[in-house]
Design a protein around this ligand. Structure first.
Ligand code: CP
Length: 363
């Protein structure tokens, strides 16, 4: 098993000081990009995108090119040997032997961690199902650092699909580590944030409340993080249709917001932000997407320079247990060691953080 590389699977695997260094480096690259044009000369980055992407894929690719490196990879697994049934382990093992850093996005939670187990280079989680999206979080943190001048003492409203929105989960986990941040979790009861996130907020001592009305909350916010309803993660079309138009940020609603509100959105947008809002100077989502490229340049540099390897699996292997999440990579790739950790008195899967149950219950 690989373990000698610095991977980025979950931002919370690293201390806040590490994130701050990446953010500072991203700000420095933003200010002086010409200083870094040869920083990765001779290096190759592989991008394995098993799921569609515009920003994450292209910002990583342009980041590596702007650092003087080269790129390989696929954005349609069906044009690779995945179409012949190749598993994550073999694809990762081979592609990582061609490259210096590997970026992976996959619809199943826990895939980046599974890939890192056998990779021969650093692996970056570019989104694993509805679980985490740590480089989006670094993007969001750099945006707040540049545009609000701080990452603490902010009232942050998160609105829309808080259940499946992995960017929301990663951002909550990250901002809970800075002092004084408050969260207003705005969603329908059906799309409330997963329990493990509220539990984490409670344990971190963060103030938070759930809210169903964007109108009620908007006036108190320093940051409004809008999200798309994640159609691709619903089990039925009817469930998606019931949720899709519930929240919409309009110029009318913006009249009730603070003059220095920062409106963020990881994008892509569907209908949840009226197009006319784009002309409001508080709408920062396109700038946010651009900051994503600079913070990914910083991340590539940090991981390629790092000599510190973090352990990938900390918990215990127990083949008598299994994960309840049908969208966990362990449900697809059966060779993976079943690993579990204790979180707040519960045993959870170490790949996707969902509950563990006796495997016999699933046979
Ligand atoms: N924010 C984000 O992850 O966008 P893409 O899906 O286009 O990469």
């Amino acid at each position: 098993m690989s373990g000698q590389y610095s991977h980025l699977i979950d931002l919370n695997d690293y201390p806040v000081e590490w994130w701050n260094k990446v953010i500072s480096l991203g700000a420095s690259i933003y200010a002086h990009p010409q200083r870094y044009v040869q920083a990765c000369a001779g290096k190759i980055m592989a991008t394995l995108f098993y799921e569609p992407s515009t920003r994450t894929q292209m910002s990583f690719q342009s980041a590596m090119i702007r650092l003087g490196g080269s790129i390989i990879g696929f954005d349609n697994p069906m044009s690779s040997s995945v179409s012949k049934g190749e598993n994550i382990k073999d694809t990762t093992k081979v592609v990582s032997s061609y490259s210096d850093i590997l970026i992976i996005r996959h619809p199943m939670a826990g895939t980046a961690k599974a890939a890192a187990l056998t990779a021969e280079c650093p692996v970056v989680n570019a989104g694993d199902g509805g679980h985490l999206h740590p480089t989006q979080t670094l993007t969001d943190l750099l945006t707040l650092h540049m545009e609000k001048g701080r990452l603490d003492h902010l009232t942050v409203g998160l609105c829309g699909d808080l259940l499946y929105g992995r960017t929301v989960h990663s951002l909550c986990k990250a901002l809970s580590c800075y002092p004084g941040n408050r969260f207003v979790l705005i969603s329908t009861p059906e799309l409330q944030i997963p329990e493990y996130i509220t539990k984490m907020l409670r344990e971190s001592g963060c103030e938070f409340r759930t809210e169903t009305s964007l109108d009620e909350a908007i006036g108190e916010l320093d940051v409004l993080y809008m999200t798309r309803i994640q159609r691709e993660r619903f089990l039925s079309e009817a469930e998606y249709l019931a949720q899709k138009d519930v929240y919409r940020l309009t110029t009318e609603k913006m009249k009730r917001a603070k003059p220095d509100l920062a409106v963020l959105h990881p994008l892509p947008r569907v209908d949840e932000i009226e197009i006319a809002v784009d002309d409001d100077p508080r709408a920062l989502y396109f700038k946010q997407a651009q900051y994503g490229m600079y913070v990914r340049m910083a991340l590539i540099l940090r991981l390629l320079e790092s000599e510190t390897a973090l352990p990938l699996l900390h918990g215990v292997q127990d083949e008598k247990l299994c994960c309840v999440n049908p969208k966990c990579i362990t449900a697809q790739e059966h060779y993976l060691p079943r690993h579990f950790i204790e979180v707040g008195g519960k045993t959870v899967c170490e790949y996707c953080e969902e509950r563990a149950v006796p495997a016999s219950a699933y046979r």
